[in-house]
Design a protein around this ligand. Structure first.
Ligand code: NAD
Length: 256
């Protein structure tokens, strides 16, 4: 028996990275999955491979959300789970961040999460689950990614309020706070066919050894396992909480 047998879960930003691994694991655990992204070719290919439904969904757009929910309900009759995973990262100090860059990050990371909750929760089955992907930078500061960190703090606020408002229907809402994870976001070399992605990953491991107690960058498959935990009955008494998955990075500093 799979941990998600009979459940229908929509994952945003699902064409690659953490979202892709969530799709693969959720399918393996018996869920019907709606793969949602703006990367249509890659998303369709993944959906075809694992037997899921692909929907083109820009999380900033209300119409796209409405169409995605309609497509999910038409195909599977219900929605039991949502993983708000889509996100973008830009590097800039606050004083150098152009307004349009700040707003774009807000639109994808924060507004996208809000629209997901607002559109999906009303049609979600009682007892459903929402998992919002925040970040290590939702729990603490990080110089050079101020706009991103602000949106990820906001995602935790949305998570807590949604948990309070939806609890009467048994809908649980939690957040994941990944540290550095080996996807295109942290390791753009993975997108470059001319670069050895594994060598780039080893380079990142060497870098993160200095700051992450477990001595390596995280894997998207590890985040997917946390998303599964928060989307299935194993977490049945947990709601409104952030879950840090960061190899110990946030635990503190070592002086030795
Ligand atoms: P990624 O860049 O591989 O994946 C992000 C996905 O979001 C892509 O498939 C992209 O097409 C999609 N996306 C971007 N804008 C979108 C939009 N407007 N509408 C719909 N989809 C959109 O990176 P990832 O690491 O898999 O990122 C997943 C989530 O994890 C993000 O929310 C990110 O902020 C968060 N996160 C990542 C890390 C990390 O180190 N990789 C750390 C902490 C949190």
């Amino acid at each position: 028996m799979g941990k998600l047998d009979g459940r229908v879960v929509l994952v945003t930003g699902a064409a690659r990275g953490q979202g892709e691994q969530e799709v693969r694991l959720f399918r393996a655990e018996g869920a019907e999955v709606v793969v949602a992204d703006v990367l249509d070719d890659r998303g369709k290919e993944l959906a075809d491979e694992v037997g899921a439904l692909y929907v083109s969904l820009d999380v900033r757009r209300e119409d796209d959300w409405r169409a995605a929910v309609r497509a999910a309900v038409d195909a599977y009759g219900r929605i039991d789970g949502l993983v708000n995973n889509a996100g973008i990262l830009r590097f800039n100090t606050l004083v150098d961040t152009p307004l349009d860059e700040f707003m774009r990050i807000v639109e994808v990371n924060q507004l996208g999460c809000f629209l997901g909750i607002r559109t999906v929760a009303p049609v979600m089955s009682d007892g459903g689950t929402i998992v919002n992907t925040a970040s290590y930078t939702g729990m603490t500061g990080m110089a050079g990614v101020g706009a991103y960190a602000a949106t990820k703090h906001a995602v935790l606020g949305l998570t807590r309020v949604a948990a309070l408002e939806l609890a009467r229907r048994g809908i649980r809402v939690n957040a994941m706070c990944p540290g550095a994870i080996d996807t295109a976001m942290s390791n753009p070399a993975l997108l470059d066919p001319d670069v050895d992605g594994e060598a780039a990953s080893r380079g990142l491991d060497r870098f993160y050894r200095k700051v992450v107690p477990l001595g390596r960058i995280g894997k998207p498959e590890e985040v997917a396992r946390l998303a599964l935990f928060l989307s299935c009955a194993d977490s049945s008494y947990i709601t409104g909480q952030p879950f840090v998955i960061d190899g110990g990075w946030l635990a503190g500093v070592s002086v030795g």
